[in-house]
Design a protein around this ligand. Structure first.
Ligand code: ADP
Ligand code: MG
Length: 670
């Protein structure tokens, strides 16, 4: 019997899911797999784990002693939901834990474990029967994230296997949010609004409602995934007395997080999505219309605890004409290169029946093509010894390969640092995110000029100039080991960070992301430990502070990094065997204008639209070349001295129809 506080007890009783407890538990007792659908905020995430717990799941003196596992697509949801359920359980609060990549609170007492889907995916890789668990809840299954999709596929296997192993009861519960959420709640607390920004609305005008015109001050908080966790959790705190909470959120707030007391939602109808061209391998970020399902989801965030409203900043005509019914599942949009490839270690990714979405074979083909390039698979598709060693690392195959070959000339600690940093990503804050150019303010000032505005503008300009200079100076410092190699620049940043006493202010002054570097630190430790366990004698205990690599080591590191990306190499166009004449005719003076050609064609019609050969008779206006990204170490090199070959981590097209395809370079081949 769980003892809950009277307030929690009262608020639980208002949740639709609680009224269905009997029905849900009966379904779980009588079936191996149960799908629970219900409006957002109806209590699925917080209540169903408690139903299971109260029915004896996760307690040692029952027939179902295994843990109740709950997966979430996002870390912040795993942490905050664990906290909420723990609070609701009163005296049993210690029974709830969370586990995200490097952080967890699981202990002997744990009965309910919230985790990211990636964490469970890794656990399946070590124990396909998931013996630790008596029930698995896959939350937000409707979101179709790659990890969740693969997990659901795997679960069908897990359930069967467990039936064969022991006739003990096993259940999967999957949740999805469906339908327009209109649930009645009685008490309304502080006035709260949410604004969803994923891009720009179409400028549709709307009337301000009565309470919208409220004059109480606004307490504005941002919410997005790169924001440090402590900052993210602030949206759950009550705003200062007498003020209105306004949350400016990305898609994070669309589903997994329910911020209590949201009254109004402003939906711009847009989302910024990463797109991936399967044929060319080019990635791009595009702001486009969301799906009808997402729009309903966003609307459902308003009025959970009182009257509410969603202001849609687009017309119903746009909604009907331009919105798809559902968003395309991520597995069809993105390359499978990350953690999912772990499955390869035990041969499961070969099995297409595992995937819930049928049209992924092309993706699997590319995924195995990559694995054979880097030597993880042999010509018959079997896992090689190298591939076997690679699969023990919680990393994408490329990075695993780099590690396995990385212990020459004492380079392994450096290689581990680089791989960790590349794997975590987003270490450097890009120039365009630096508050260096406040264009809107400039135009505003330009109109009704006054002396005061002039002065303010000049001060602003001076301040920006100082920041810009500091930014370039910092990047120059990080390039000291080698001014052409981005992998080594990353290494310099990681090493400098580790030597610093006050890491927080170091990151601040050097335009680095503290959150990413902290994670890199943990990943370095984890990789070092895995290496020590699996390849005894190859490396010593984790030593965060490294001395600078020798000249020989610098050379070797570059070669090792290149070996993991053998298929992502580009040649300077003027040196190519048959360079397209349009490319060699031009002489470029700037590094970022110098054309390169990738080993595999990086241009396909789907990324560019059809070639313009019928209107003016000129065929081949499509630019077949790729160019160095302005953020690359090579971008500042003189065009005459650019390397013949470069290795890139990925290629991407920036927004705009005439934009070029840019390489994020990793290292030149010298
Ligand atoms: P679902 O999973 O069906 O979308 P949840 O279980 O997440 O619903 O939420 C159920 C209710 O619990 C919601 O009304 C939400 O406002 C409330 N709730 C969730 N987390 C918190 C929290 N940290 N503080 C207060 N209320 C919360
Ligand atoms: Mg939920």
């Amino acid at each position: 019997q769980v003892q809950r506080s009277p307030e929690i007890q009262a608020s639980r009783l208002t949740l639709p899911v609680v009224a269905e407890e009997q029905k849900i538990m009966e379904a779980i007792h009588n079936n191996l797999v149960v799908v629970v659908c219900g409006a957002t905020g109806s209590g699925k995430t917080t209540q169903v784990p408690q139903f299971l717990y109260e029915a004896g799941y996760g307690s040692t003196d029952s027939s179902t002693p295994g843990l109740i596992g709950v997966t979430q697509p996002r870390r912040v949801a795993a942490v905050s939901m664990a906290k909420r359920v723990s609070d609701e359980l009163g005296e049993d609060s210690r029974k709830v834990s969370y586990q995200i990549r490097f952080e967890g609170t699981t202990n002997d007492d744990t009965a309910i474990k919230f985790m990211t889907d990636g964490v469970l995916l890794r656990e399946v890789a070590t124990d396909i029967a998931l013996r630790k668990y008596s029930a698995i809840i896959i939350d937000e299954a409707h979101e179709r994230s790659i990890n969740t999709d693969i997990l659901i596929g795997l679960m069908s296997r897990v359930v069967k296997l467990r039936q064969e192993l022991t006739p003990i009861e096993t259940e999967d519960v999957e949740f999805g949010d469906f339908g327009d959420a209109q649930v009645d709640f009685s008490d309304s607390d502080s006035e709260t609004e949410i604004i969803s920004t994923g891009g720009q609305g179409d400028g549709h005008e709307f009337e301000l409602g009565e309470s919208m015109a409220s004059t109480s001050p606004m307490h504005i908080l941002p919410l997005y995934s790169l924001l440090p966790t402590a900052e993210q959790l602030k949206v759950f705190e009550a705003p200062p007395e007498g003020s209105r909470l306004v949350v400016l959120a990305t898609n994070v707030a669309e589903t997994s997080l329910t911020i209590p007391g949201i009254r109004y939602v402003f939906d711009c109808g847009r989302a910024k999505e990463r797109k991936y061209d399967r044929t060319s391998g080019v990635q791009s970020f595009e702001v486009s219309w969301i799906s009808k399902a997402s729009a309903n989801q966003r609307a459902g965030r308003a009025g959970r605890t009182g009257p509410g409203h969603c202001y849609r900043m687009y017309s119903s005509a746009v909604y009907e004409r331009d919105f798809e019914e559902h968003a395309q599942p991520e597995i069809l949009r993105m390359p499978i290169e990350g953690e999912q490839n772990d499955q390869r270690g035990w041969g499961a990714a070969d099995d297409r029946s595992l995937l819930t979405t049928k049209s992924a074979p092309q993706e699997l083909y590319f995924s195995s093509r990559l694995l054979s390039y880097i030597g993880a698979l042999d010509s018959t598709g079997q896992l090689t010894d190298l591939g076997g060693t690679m699969s023990v690392f919680p990393l994408s195959p490329r990075f695993a390969k780099i590690l396995v070959i990385g212990h020459q000339h004492g380079c392994l600690p450096y290689i581990i640092a680089i791989v960790a940093a590349l794997s975590v990503g987003d270490i450097f804050i890009p120039e365009h995110q630096l508050d260096l150019g406040l264009d809107s303010r400039e135009t505003e000032v330009g109109e009704g000029k006054t002396a005061l505005f002039d002065n303010v503008a000049r001060l602003e300009e001076d301040r920006r100039e100082v920041r810009r200079k500091a930014y370039f100076k910092t990047h120059k410092l990080f390039s000291r080991l080698d001014n052409t190699c981005d992998a080594l620049k990353l290494l310099s940043a990681v090493c400098a960070y580790e030597h610093e006493e006050d890491q927080e202010s170091f990151c601040e002054t050097n335009f680095l992301r503290l959150k990413a570097l902290r994670e890199t630190h943990k990943l370095r430790w984890q990789i070092t430990e895995i290496t020590r366990t699996n390849c005894p004698g190859v490396t010593g205990p984790f030593e965060p502070k490294l001395s600078p690599p020798s000249e020989l080591q610098v050379k070797v590191i570059k070669q090792i990094i290149a070996a993991g990306f053998v298929d992502q190499v580009a040649i300077r166009a003027d040196l190519a065997p048959n360079p397209p004449p349009t490319l060699t005719a031009r002489r470029s003076t700037r590094a970022i204008d110098t054309p390169y050609l990738t080993l595999f064609p990086s241009v396909s019609h789907s990324t560019h639209g059809p070639p313009a050969d019928d209107d003016d008779g000129v065929v081949g206006r499509i630019d077949p070349a790729v160019y160095i990204h302005p953020s690359s170490a090579l971008a500042t090199a003189s065009a005459q001295l650019l390397p013949s070959y470069v290795i890139y981590s990925h290629i991407q097209r920036s927004a705009g129809p005439s934009s070029r395809i840019r390489m994020k370079t990793l290292t030149p081949i010298t």
